[in-house]
Design a protein around this ligand. Structure first.
Ligand SMILES: Cc1ncc(COP(=O)(O)O)c(C=O)c1O
Length: 583
């Protein structure tokens, strides 16, 4: 759907927000929330009709994108049938959601306690562990986040905890492995793993093993920096827990439900915890839902003794119906497998390539669709771009970085749909202006590949119209422009828009202005209800251009015809080609 601008409504939404909404984690007068009019797939748009690629998937939860028609329909059906019902009853949507989740959790985590989100899932997991063991303390890692409620924020191992740190929450923090900033002077993953395990066991020994109820770890820490644990670490923690009778809790609120290319990140190591928390991706965040998956042994503790905890909305039918539909969609569209493949073949390589070009990237790390770039001042010393927990002046470089990224999105005179050129739907974004200069890049665009999701019924007609447009510009379709219709199965993320959608790929070569084509293609897409789906820039350097120089002469001729007054000339292109042109 093409967003229709409506700035007056946007202004009213913003005004009411500023007057009455109290926002999370913010100094209320220092924030400027963007008024969002709608969202679909990986995109959202504002009331000016400006479209944005949502690189953060909401708060890392829209694992199947916004407004998936099947999940929206399931919520609507559930609302029509039974919008709500108290938690003490057996309700179809709740039973089915629990069954589908239990089928996917590792080992014997077969009982599901539903909560409203991630933090309360963590609260309940800790309560269960304390009651199961009869012990008071809980160990969690520095560089972690477990939620904003009292116990969860006290487990959190970063400055978000400090303001609420009661000092009496029974939490002891320890260092989990993180080779890039090793606390253990380790130089290899093996050393980091062994030393982190030794440190954990020593911490337990000095705290008193008989006082420790649980170790709570994010399977892969998320907001703290996506530190994928070294091989053997989680298995080692499992052994330590078994040795001392400690409950092992894995927090999969962020890493779960496909983000890492596994249903749960625990699947990457084969480790089975005693309790596992989830939320977010369980229903792509469409309706608040979280929960704890419980092992047989812990469920047994509460078989004849009541569990002292509950929530009015535990297993809310709307949230559970959304979970059932989301899990079915993820299975049908192989979202989990696709996240793994994209991470391996597209996102990882693209981010590593980005790191080669940008000296301020110290490390690229991640898996599936879960990645971090560690920004540094100096790669050798690994000095962070800004100090830990920097604010104000000290945080200026990070603030400038964020502002530049936003500026890129809003740069006047750019082609909105061209701005979000990415590798594989997530990963690097390059900003392109109408004269096809690539900002922030020392390379030339060789060609731009844009894919559009088009209603299947419109596909043939659209193909012909795009061909006519291109040929109307005096260019042949096959060279230097390639136009093809691809079967849905050929294209990464092809199922993101539903099976009734076809895909049209338009390749446009450098050496000529992109502007007329993209404006024309955009107009056609607006007309037929097509949406930009994926885009990629292919690069050229002076060296790779040299052997192709004869082609450049053709480009020049075409460009002269299309752009006689040189409005779209790219000075950088000319500068780089200068040496090639005059041997
Ligand atoms: C690992 C982890 N645990 C718990 C939470 C808290 O979840 P919620 O915000 O749904 O309470 C989050 C939220 O980002 C998280 O990333």
């Amino acid at each position: 759907m093409t967003p229709l601008p409506n700035p007056e409504v946007g202004a009213a939404v913003k005004a009411a927000d500023r007057a009455h909404v109290f926002h999370s984690w913010s100094a209320q007068e220092l924030i400027d929330p963007l008024a969002v009019a709608g969202a679909e797939g990986s995109y959202f748009w504002d009331y000016d009709g400006k479209r944005y690629l949502d690189f953060t998937s909401g708060l890392v939860y829209t694992n199947i994108g916004y407004q998936h028609p099947k999940v929206v329909a399931a919520i609507q059906e559930q609302a029509a049938h039974l919008t709500t019902f108290a938690p003490a009853f057996a309700i179809e949507a709740r039973s089915e959601a629990a069954r589908l989740i239990a089928e996917r959790t590792p080992g014997d985590l077969d009982k599901i306690f539903f909560t409203n989100g991630g933090a309360d899932a963590v609260e309940h997991a800790v309560r269960m562990a304390r009651l199961h063991t009869g012990r008071p303390k809980v160990l969690s890692a520095y560089r972690s986040y477990h939620g904003g409620t009292q116990q969860a924020v006290n487990l959190t191992g970063d400055p978000r905890r400090w303001a609420s740190d009661s000092g009496a929450a029974g939490v002891v923090h320890f260092w989990a492995p993180f080779l890039y900033r090793s606390r253990f002077y380790a130089e290899t993953e093996e050393q980091e793993c062994a030393r982190a395990l030794e440190h954990l066991e020593t911490t337990i020994a000095f705290e008193g093993p008989g006082t420790v109820a649980a170790i709570v770890l994010e399977t892969i820490p998320g907001t703290a920096g996506i530190m994928v644990p070294p091989p053997g670490y989680l298995a080692g923690v499992r052994e330590i827990c078994d040795k001392y009778g400690i409950v092992f809790v894995l927090d999969e609120v962020m890493a779960g439900f496909g983000r890492t290319g596994e249903w749960f990140a625990a699947g990457l190591s084969g480790v089975v915890p005693d309790l596992m928390t989830f939320a977010k991706g369980v229903n792509s965040g469409y309706v608040p839902l979280g929960g704890v998956a419980i092992s047989g042994a812990i469920a047994e503790t509460f078989a004849r003794r009541p569990y002292p905890g509950g929530l009015t909305y535990s297993g809310h039918p709307l949230a559970c119906a959304a979970a059932v539909a989301t899990i079915q969609v993820m299975a049908e569209e192989d979202v989990v497998g696709q996240a793994g493949r994209l991470g391996e073949t597209v996102v990882g390589p693209a981010l590593r390539e980005l790191a080669e070009r940008h000296p301020s990237v110290g490390e690229v790390r991640g898996v599936g669709m879960f990645w971090a770039l560690e920004l540094v001042k100096d790669r050798e010393t690994r000095e962070p771009l800004v100090p830990y927990n920097a604010t104000g002046e000290a945080n200026a470089p990070m603030a400038a970085f964020g502002a530049a990224a936003k500026l890129g999105q809003r740069r006047p005179g750019t082609i909105p749909k061209l701005m979000n050129l990415v590798a594989g739907g997530i990963g690097k974004t390059e900003v392109v202006d109408v004269s096809h200069r690539v900002l922030c890049s020392r390379r030339l665009v060789r060609f731009v590949e844009m894919e559009y999701a088009v209603p299947r019924a419109e596909l043939g007609k659209t193909l012909l119209r795009v061909r006519d447009l291109i040929e109307g510009e005096g260019l042949r379709v096959n060279f230097p422009i390639e136009l093809r219709v691809a079967a849905a199965d050929d294209i990464p993320l092809s199922t993101a828009h539903g099976r009734e959608t076809g895909y049209l790929a338009v390749h446009l070569s450098s050496g000529m202005p992109f502007d007329p084509y993209f404006r024309g293609v955009e107009a056609i897409m607006d007309d037929v209800g097509g949406r930009p789906h994926w885009g990629k820039l292919h690069y050229q350097t002076a060296e790779t251009l040299a052997p192709r120089y004869p082609e450049w002469a053709r480009f020049q001729a075409v460009r002269a015809r299309l752009d006689p007054d040189g409005r779209f000339r790219n000075p950088y292109l000319d500068r780089v080609l200068g040496p090639v042109a005059s041997p």
